[in-house]
Design a protein around this ligand. Structure first.
Ligand code: COI
Length: 361
């Protein structure tokens, strides 16, 4: 069977004969989706060998994969991941949001990590196939989305420290709702002063798998103390904002929106970029620059952005024992505005003047 997939400017035929689409309706509590793994029907796998060229991939039933104990990813952390979402429109069709941006970011990360990577076209095609094969898991409009998790890993065996002789690109999917347990309510962050997330010249600016385990210690401590997550400072001065464990940060003061600039130690978030563009289109002044922790504490409003967290308002920040509450200052006006503009676009409820969505028929 061939399925038509149209993007902003193209229509591509996807061969979907490799899988048998399940037709039974998914029995899931769509009203209470969180950000926990719900295994779906299929995953996509594509490999490349030493020539660096990815051959045609395939859909397989979702499940465990075989990996050499000597693989580059297990031994030396040679791995990258991405995150993007598919949304169901009211007419039942499905929209992807800026998948090419994830493809480009993976290619950028692969270059930094000496890995071969799929082309933008291969990446996007694979995402579309994964969504189509799992389309019964895309939540109804407004109830959540299907989260796609592309992985790129050094799967070839080796002993010394060097690039892997083989790479595997894999995508799995899970329906998701809110990332934080607070739901859409404001989150409470604590500023981490002892454990920086990234250092200049390191890999903080790419989506390397190794960027995430090191944040877990600070995150665990924060959660034990009742906080939702951790906000990291720059490792040089311990003064400027970097990012939260899984999202970017924005502060608002006197209607001016500021966010840390991209300089190699924070992730160039696709939601971050989209929110900047949306806010500017709505008439806000948005500054990408070094933002100090003092400015954070003096802000009118603070919010986080990310594929998983979407746009999450921050209710309080605690820094060196001092807690600042934003709710008393009328939290959330700007974040509500950009959240609404972004999600209406993603769900196909507003006209996509930006050309960011890609419809899968
Ligand atoms: C995403 O927002 O997609 C992310 O990659 C965050 C993830 C660490 C949960």
């Amino acid at each position: 069977m061939a399925t038509s997939v149209s993007g902003a400017s193209s229509t591509i035929q996807c061969d979907t004969s490799a899988y048998e689409e399940a037709v039974e309706t998914v029995e899931l509590d769509w009203d209470n989706l969180g950000f926990t793994l719900v295994p779906t029907d299929y995953m996509y796998i594509m490999k490349c060998s030493e020539d660096g060229i990815f051959s045609e991939g395939e859909l397989r039933r979702y499940g465990p994969i075989e990996l050499s104990p000597a693989s580059g990813v297990l031994n030396y952390g040679q791995g990258l991941f991405e995150g993007l979402k598919a949304y169901r429109k009211e007419d039942g069709s499905i929209l992807l949001f800026r998948p090419q941006e994830n493809a480009l970011r993976m290619r950028m990360g692969a270059e930094r990590m000496c890995m071969a990577s799929p082309s933008v076209e291969q990446f996007v095609e694979a995402v579309k196939l994964t969504v189509l094969a799992n389309k019964r898991w895309v939540p109804p409009t407004g109830k959540g989305s299907l989260y796609l998790r592309p992985l790129l890993m050094g799967s070839g065996a080796l002993l010394g420290v060097s690039p892997s002789p083989e790479y595997t690109f894999l995508i799995y999917a899970s329906p998701v709702g809110n990332y934080f347990k607070e739901g859409s309510a404001p989150i409470n962050l604590v500023v981490e002063n002892d454990y920086p997330r990234a250092a200049p010249g390191g890999t903080g600016g790419v989506k390397a798998i190794g960027n995430y385990a090191p944040v877990m210690k600070a995150q665990k401590k924060a959660k034990e103390n009742g906080y939702s997550d951790v906000l990291y400072l720059d490792s040089t001065h311990k003064k400027y904002l970097e990012e939260v464990s899984a999202c970017n940060i924005f502060v608002v003061k006197d209607k001016i929106i500021s966010t840390p600039e991209i300089k190699g130690t924070i992730l160039p978030g696709i939601t971050r970029r989209s929110v900047i563009d949306i806010a500017r289109a709505q008439g806000y002044q948005v500054e990408e620059r070094a933002v100090s922790v003092e400015e954070l504490l003096d802000a009118d409003e603070v919010f986080c952005t990310g594929t998983a967290v979407v746009v999450s308002p921050v209710g309080s920040i605690t820094y060196l024992g001092r807690r600042v509450e934003y709710e008393s200052k009328g939290v959330g006006a700007v974040s509500r505005e950009v959240y609404s503009a972004l999600t209406r676009l993603q769900m196909g409820l507003a006209e996509d003047k930006m050309g960011w969505t890609m419809q899968i028929n």
